[in-house]
Ligand binder design. Structure first.
Ligand code: ZN
Length: 397
């Protein structure tokens, strides 16, 4: 069956409702350990979603075939997210049979080793024909250079497909010092209330964060734009641009099989990071993000969503509403907290993040807090002033 695109739409119902039994997949490897299961307890919000594969997860270096021609690969990450999902789509370019890969994991030895195993056991002996990257973040783009180089031949490039804004930003970030760290970021965090000298020093010394995980980008790419239709495995997939999480994130939707590759724009369990960065301090990424996820409401509620973190799920509209409610509640908490006295973003971290944060998490949390403050500033619900120390303070109007 592998290699033959689903025969749709007659069989659509089958593909949507009958996940492949992964035990069949493992039956060929009698010495293999049993497949891992999601160990995190289900949250109340998650219970409103439907997980067709229940708690099943792919084993390391192995895949779960979600439907003919679509495989789910999961790779470990050495930071808080713990893993990233990667999708392998059976494809044909010209007269060449092979695979289109979506996203890559960060560049590190363990990820390269996992890929080497996947090449040997999961691709039916066929090559990777092209690589599609949803956005520039290291867990998605880190090994693009290595994968494209590995699968390019003298006559045929394995091309990276990505939006131009993501590609250019990724390429720039992989070449400069101080990407996602350094003096400018420290100054910016200081202007939002980070005053601990040790924390600021830690940010100043984080000079090569991005290039450490994404050392290079392929020198060439093919541009993805919103509403583009690209054919993968004989099926049309529509690009859906999304903003607020990264410069020009690209999700992909295939109406014929009712599948959305959501990237980081549609996650089932955690809310997508939406941050203001020092390069655009007056940005309003929360508005961009909320407007972007609203666009998913035009897709069917029963679309199978393949997220970059967490498990494939159904319940897209439910999840959009959950995320809207989540941010509405956070915005309300900020208004309450600034009603009687002005506060800077750093003061508000415990309001929005009710857990201990290490410095790495604090830097994400601070960017996300500024995103909420800027949203309320733009909507006229907060005013902001800069005090004598140069710290931005916000107060409810
Ligand atoms: Zn991301």
């Amino acid at each position: 069956m592998i290699g033959k695109p689903p025969n749709l739409p007659e069989s659509r119902h089958f593909y949507l409702r009958q996940p492949v039994n992964i035990h069949r997949h493992f039956a060929d490897h009698s010495t293999a350990a049993p497949p891992p299961l999601e160990s995190k307890p289900t949250t109340e919000l998650e219970r409103a979603l439907h997980y067709p594969w229940a708690r099943q997860l792919p084993s390391r270096g192995s895949t779960i075939e979600l439907m003919p021609g679509i495989k789910w690969l999961r790779m470990d990450l050495p930071f808080v997210l713990r893993h990233v999902n990667i999708w392998l789509l059976r494809d044909r370019l010209g007269d060449r049979e092979g695979w289109t890969v979506v996203d890559t994991c960060i560049d590190r030895a363990e990820a390269r080793a996992d890929w080497t195993q996947v090449f040997a056991t999961e691709l039916d002996g066929l090559p990777v024909l092209r690589l599609l990257v949803t956005h520039m973040h290291p867990d998605h783009a880190g090994l693009a250079h290595w994968l494209c180089e590995h699968w390019s031949t003298p006559d045929c490039d394995c091309r990276l497909w990505m939006s131009a804004t993501e590609y250019q930003t990724a390429r720039y970030s992989s070449q400069v010092a101080n990407s996602f760290g350094g003096d400018r970021l420290a100054d910016y965090f200081q202007s939002h209330g980070m005053t601990d000298p040790g924390d600021l020093e830690g940010i100043r010394n984080r000079k090569n964060y991005y290039k450490g995980l994404v050392p290079a980008l392929p020198p060439h790419f093919s541009r993805l734009m919103d509403s583009d239709n690209i054919t993968i495995g004989g099926l049309p997939w529509r690009c859906i641009a999304g903003y607020g999480h990264s410069p020009e994130h690209m999700a992909l939707y295939c109406e014929r099989i009712n599948v959305l590759i959501g990237g980081d724009m549609m996650l089932p369990r955690i809310s997508t990071n939406v941050s203001v960065y020092e390069t655009e301090p007056e940005g309003d990424p929360l508005k961009l993000f909320l407007d972007s996820i609203d666009r998913f409401l035009s897709l069917p509620e029963d679309v199978l969503v393949l997220p970059s973190h967490g498990r494939p799920f159904r319940g897209l509209h439910t999840r959009v509403h959950q995320l809207r409610n989540h941010h509405r509640d956070r915005l309300n908490e900020v208004i309450v907290a600034t009603r009687h006295q002005p506060a800077c973003a750093y003061d508000l971290l415990p309001v929005l993040f009710k857990r201990d944060l290490d410095l790495h998490q604090t830097s994400f949390a601070l960017g996300e807090t500024v995103a909420h403050l800027n949203r309320l500033w733009y909507s006229g619900q907060l005013r902001r002033t800069r005090d004598a120390e140069g710290i931005w303070r916000f107060q409810a109007i």
